[in-house]
Design a protein around this ligand. Structure first.
Ligand SMILES: *[C@@H]1O[C@H](CO)[C@@H](O)[C@H](O)[C@H]1NC(C)=O
Length: 363
């Protein structure tokens, strides 16, 4: 029975590999494959698009792969939160093994952001799992022990410090493995943005302390290092996305320089990109765009989520929807708020689909 089952899995894996053009797939797809109870060999072969070194790590550390796979939905949610008002909204494509279509192959600002946030997500997920004792290969930071000093005086390391260095080390080995194979411009760009993503987690590490001693006199302090909320890394990378720096390959092809000499050279915290973004108005698989048809827009906004911008001038439909909402809320001393449930009518605007056969439509 077991032999039959693994044969079936082997076939599935082979079929997946055959129908999947290797180049457009990525470990990002791990979130969809998940890690079942099947053996790690079967699981690791079942994830399309892993390069040889990633497959080795997968077989050696199946539990970390599980953590990375679960983390995918977390960083995609963060990406979608940051882009909620934009035409490109970090939407994942259903049944698409690259998760974001051919965005994986682009070198736009949006791909820069996805590479950075995904790499940050891996660091965050692994580091948290280490602290929670979910992994055999790591635990709390073993170096945060014993007495130490800061600007408030001396303290003892105590409790559990997040082992961010382990998370960063594993994320670098696993995520960067694919880019280390190639030496082309895009690989260099991806490596840079992956690193920026890892650093975007580390920079929000903070020291928490607890006071001990007579009535909180703080004669004794124990401290530990903890990661910040992932939202903070998301917000930071979002600012870096908005200030992303366009670069060109340098003459000898070993690195890049800033495209417009008026701008500063990118630092290791900056996101870099090569190509200008498409407008993301229409569905275009090659551009990693699902188009904005059916997207919600805001009639009163003047920003990216306004109906003008979001719908690319195609116009929008308005539907009046009635929904339950809290109303007539009263504050009761002390401390409760009681509300009634009322029916509320609101207008919902959604972008029209393109009228004629869109010439850019590619499926
Ligand atoms: C629409 O945009 C306006 C102005 O930016 C904002 O105040 C309002 O909350 C937005 N409405 C919705 C439904 O998001």
């Amino acid at each position: 029975m077991n032999a039959l089952l693994s044969n079936v899995w082997f076939l599935v894996a082979v079929i997946l590999l055959l129908v999947t053009p290797e180049a457009t797939t990525s470990w990002w797809y791990m979130g969809a494959v998940g890690s079942s109870t099947s053996s790690s060999r079967v699981m690791c072969n079942n994830i399309p698009g892993l390069v040889a070194h990633q497959r080795q790590l997968c077989q050696r550390y199946p539990e970390i792969m599980h953590v990375i796979g679960l983390g995918v939905s977390e960083w995609t949610a963060e990406c979608q939160h940051q882009f909620r008002h934009h035409r490109w909204n970090c939407n994942t494509l259903e049944r698409d093994q690259s998760l974001f279509g051919k965005l994986v192959l682009r070198s736009s600002r949006e791909s820069a952001f996805v590479y950075a946030i995904s790499s940050a997500g891996v660091v965050f997920a692994i580091t948290r799992a280490c602290s929670q004792g979910e992994l055999k290969s790591c635990s709390c930071d073993p170096n945060k022990k014993g007495p130490s000093k800061d600007n408030k005086g001396s303290f003892d390391w105590g409790g559990c410090s997040d082992n961010i260095d382990y998370g960063i080390k594993f994320a670098r080995a696993f995520v960067d493995a694919k880019e280390r194979k190639g030496k082309d411009a895009r690989a260099l760009m991806n490596l840079h943005n992956n690193r920026a993503g890892r650093k975007a987690v580390k920079r929000f590490m903070k020291q928490d302390c607890k006071c001990h001693g007579v009535s909180g006199s703080c004669t004794l302090r124990t401290c530990w290092l903890a990661m910040g909320d992932f939202r903070r890394s998301g917000d930071f990378l979002w600012r870096k996305y908005n200030g992303a720096i366009q670069v060109v390959m340098n003459q000898d092809g070993t690195g890049f320089t800033v495209a417009n000499k008026k701008f500063n050279k990118p630092t290791s915290n900056d996101l870099v990109y090569f190509e200008n973004s498409p407008d993301y108005c229409l569905r275009d698989r090659d551009a990693g765009s699902v188009g904005t048809a059916g997207r919600l827009c805001n009639q009163t906004s003047r920003g990216m989520d306004s109906c003008e911008v979001m719908c690319c001038g195609r116009g929008y439909d308005t539907a009046r929807v009635t929904k339950m909402a809290k109303c007539e809320c009263k504050f009761h001393w002390c401390c409760a708020v009681h509300c009634k449930e009322c029916l509320e009518t609101v207008d919902v605007h959604t972008c029209k689909a393109p009228k004629d056969v869109p010439w850019r439509e590619k499926t």
